[in-house]
Design a protein around this ligand. Sequence first.
Ligand SMILES: NC(=O)C1=CN([C@@H]2O[C@H](COP(=O)(O)OP(=O)(O)OC[C@H]3O[C@@H](n4cnc5c(N)ncnc54)[C@H](OP(=O)(O)O)[C@@H]3O)[C@@H](O)[C@H]2O)C=CC1
Ligand SMILES: O=C(O)[C@H](O)COP(=O)(O)O
Length: 496
Amino acid sequence: MAATGVLAEILDGDVYKYYADGEWKKSTSGKSVSIINPTTRKPQYKVQACSQEEVNKVMDSAKSAQKSWAKTPLWKRAELLHKAAAILKEHKAAIAECLVKEIAKPAKDAVTEVVRSGDLVSYCAEEGVRILGEGKFLVSDSFPGNERTKYCLTSKIPLGVILAIPPFNYPVNLAVSKIAPALIAGNSIVLKPPTQGAVAALHMVHCFHLAGFPKGLISCVTGKGSEIGDFLTMHPGVNCISFTGGDTGIAISKKAGMIPLQMELGGKDACIVLEDADLDLVAANIIKGGFSYSGQRCTAVKVVLVIESVADALVEKVNAKVAKLSVGAPEDDSDITPVVSESSANFIEGLVNDAKQKGATFCQEYKREGNLIWPLLLDNVRPDMRIAWEEPFGPVLPVIRINSVEEGIHHCNASNFGLQGCVFTKDINKAMLISDAMESGTIQINSAPARGPDHFPFQGIKDSGIGSQGITNSINMMTKIKTTVINLPSPSYTMG
Ligand SMILES: NC(=O)C1=CN([C@@H]2O[C@H](COP(=O)(O)OP(=O)(O)OC[C@H]3O[C@@H](n4cnc5c(N)ncnc54)[C@H](OP(=O)(O)O)[C@@H]3O)[C@@H](O)[C@H]2O)C=CC1
Ligand SMILES: O=C(O)[C@H](O)COP(=O)(O)O
């Protein structure tokens, strides 16, 4: 059990408590939700199944705590965030252990996620101080027909209560990427962590608790998204939703009220490979991009579109590297670990079977034990196969051979997703033209897709999202513009 020492206060028997009003609480529902360890496929942890009444109370406290937080000096907000970041890093081992047990994240990557999260919180504090400390000054005589009688002062003010819903694959990092911008901008936060990853998220929230944030400003309600999700997202107390996940986000955006939405959804990130590409570089990036965390990243390379003349050579290089990937338990820091759930493994298997029936070339034998799926490269995939379009969120990567760059761009743009993509070529002019032509939020030239560094803008178009993330964009997104106009009785001009 990961909770020892100071973290033990968040446990009630074998059930983790939820966090509200600055305290760890047991739900009055009397119900709990089991978290299944993807590796052992046995129950590992339990969290409270919070009730609607508890959500209502959390929303009320979040509303009142936000009012005083908005009046807390910016430098003090930043100071508390720096403190939370330091505590988070101190507790990296305990949190990483939860990530290993709950979502089968390889041990080293689990620690990296926590450290990266601490860095994100600190950077956010610094960036917030910079960008929220300044506003705009406009004068009226720049618009036709006006004299200089109006001075307009513009500043960024908080939205209120932010509802944060992250996905299972980065339950800590994608939670703090919402929490830190919300707090620095003067908002309060209600976090609904993913069920797989909830305990890691609760440990992370405990670090914010230890940092001493005001009561009610941060809450964390647990329970199955399918049970309390709609109640949360349609709650009248919510002023903004920041969501990362799959198609659930599309449903939320249709149900949510007239509030700002930040949606980071799925992707089918394409990797276009030209004849002149450095194939060793491409192969290394396909391995890193396609198979790290067993392909369970929205930014994973999810389809390779390679020019036919270099396809054999590329596939051979990738296969040689696939053979070297270690497969096994996350505790052993294996490259490929069990996927998050049995239903996810079954879904991946369905895509593999469909590709087999339709004649894809299997570069490796398909192998599965429980939730563990061995890495698989599927060559000669055609557009009539499901895997050409759907995201497996697993260690299975399709290769489509193309006869022209235009064919690759056409495939990429025919997808309903548009998160990231990448292009490999030594010709920067061609790379720029292809980048412009690909309808995706970000194109990487000569590297695999990636969200980080975490201050870079990160956004999807089409079904991949609404708005843009990244530290600066998230702070801006979690504020609204307020203006005050000073009206002068007569025009006033500065003489220099
Ligand atoms: N663009 C991006 O940045 C990223 C996108 N993704 C995408 O997310 C998917 C995999 O992640 P996964 O966690 O399975 O995604 P889901 O969409 O299934 O879940 C995401 C979050 O939504 C919650 N949820 C479920 N139902 C509801 C509901 N009705 N209302 C509100 N919240 C709800 C989940 O809680 P619970 O766990 O309790 O069900 C979880 O916290 C993939 O499609 C992937 O591409 C993943 C990471 C990053
Ligand atoms: O959740 C995801 O999959 C991410 O947002 C991707 O992040 P990464 O590129 O840093 O893995």
